[in-house]
Write a protein that binds this ligand. Structure first.
Ligand code: SF4
Length: 343
């Protein structure tokens, strides 16, 4: 039997991805940024975001010094905005404490906001060739199937077992390539549904393939009902086509982003709209559902056209009237941006 890492590296040499933008150059800042972007998002989606981000903020010091709105605007559409805020906070800590560099020490690196054990391992392995294992979603899928490990990989007991195997399988040589190889295998061959076992370099001793368990592994998360919430979004648009935006508070979903004022129902929406501007009429726009990881949000947009701005909110730091071009430079939640674009 060919050892796991040898088989994987031979496959990588022929089929692995070697032209990803964060591989050229493969420095710690770029690897870190790509790892954080890839945490909840596929490679093909991440690539244009990554390219825009490094074009605007090419170094860690640029990220640390940027306006939060600039960072959120560059992140806008990737979702999970806490990642962007942690990224900037971590960059600022690196400037304050680590001479403007990501530390090479595992403990110091994984102490930074938003950098867990797997991300720290990926940065050290890929940027510096150091031997540290990783365990992201792709790797969990490959290992649970190949080794026949049952139980949801998010459960701590299962995760502990997976870390042990991930560590034991990581080679001392070519660690950067191995790390990319196992992520690539999970993303392109050992995919979630219909894994391509016929072309997999690990097929000869894979438990899931042997026992026909590929649809059962990794084990599903124990199910939990997802709650539903409802909101009315107020679109106050003035005669010049500007829309009133409100910056969300520091807590909760979309925290710190510029969004639309909201109300719990139509009555409250009218009252809120009257407090914000002079209005005459409202038009209900088609409702839509936005799914967060922990709840579904039913959104009912209500358009107040020809609204006239009250002078007293002109300088309010959490409310502002924005034209389409001004909105482009702000961090807006993706569904709100789409809603306004479709007006
Ligand atoms: S043989 Fe199939 S199930 Fe096993 S690791 Fe390869 S792709 Fe995944």
């Amino acid at each position: 039997m060919i050892p796991f890492a040898t088989a994987l590296l031979a496959w990588f040499d022929e089929h692995g991805r070697k032209d990803l933008p964060w591989q050229h150059p493969r420095d710690a800042y770029r690897v870190w940024l790509s790892e954080v972007m890839l945490q909840q998002t596929q490679v093909a989606t991440v690539i244009p975001y990554f390219q825009r981000f490094v074009a605007a903020l090419p170094t860690l010091r640029d990220l640390a010094a940027a306006e939060e709105d600039t960072v959120l605007a560059l992140w806008s559409g990737l979702g999970y905005y806490r990642r962007a805020r942690f990224l900037q906070r971590a960059a600022q800590i690196c400037v304050e404490k680590h001479h403007g560099e990501l530390p090479r020490d595992f403990d110091a690196l994984s102490d930074l906001p938003g950098i867990g054990r797997s991300t720290a391992g990926a940065i050290l392995a890929q940027a510096h060739g150091l031997r540290f294992p990783i365990l992201d979603g792709n790797v969990k899928r490959v290992l649970t199937r190949h080794l026949g490990i049952h139980g949801h990989p998010g459960q701590s007991a299962v995760e502990k077992v997976l870390w042990k195997h991930a560590d034991a399988l990581t080679p001392a040589e070519r660690t950067a390539d191995y790390t990319q190889a196992i992520m690539d295998l999970g993303a392109t061959v050992c995919v979630r549904s219909k894994p391509r076992c016929d072309v997999c370099p690990l097929a000869s001793d894979c438990v899931a393939k042997r026992d026909d368990l590929t649809t059962q592994l990794p084990s599903a998360k124990p199910s939990k009902a997802v709650p539903t919430r409802a909101t009315v979004m107020l679109i106050l648009r003035d005669a010049q086509g500007r829309v009133l935006l409100e910056r969300r508070g520091p807590q909760g979903v979309w925290s710190g982003l510029w969004s639309l004022p909201e109300a719990s129902d139509h009555d409250h929406a009218w009252r809120a709209a009257e407090a914000l501007a002079k209005i005459d009429d409202a038009q209900s726009l088609p409702p839509f559902v936005h799914v967060f990881s922990h709840y579904r949000l039913n959104v009912e947009p209500l358009l107040f056209d020809e609204a006239t701005a009250h002078r007293r909110i002109a300088d309010n730091s959490s409310l502002r009237w924005c034209s389409a071009s001004e909105r482009a430079a702000l961090g807006l939640p993706a569904p709100v941006r789409t809603l306004l674009q479709n007006l």
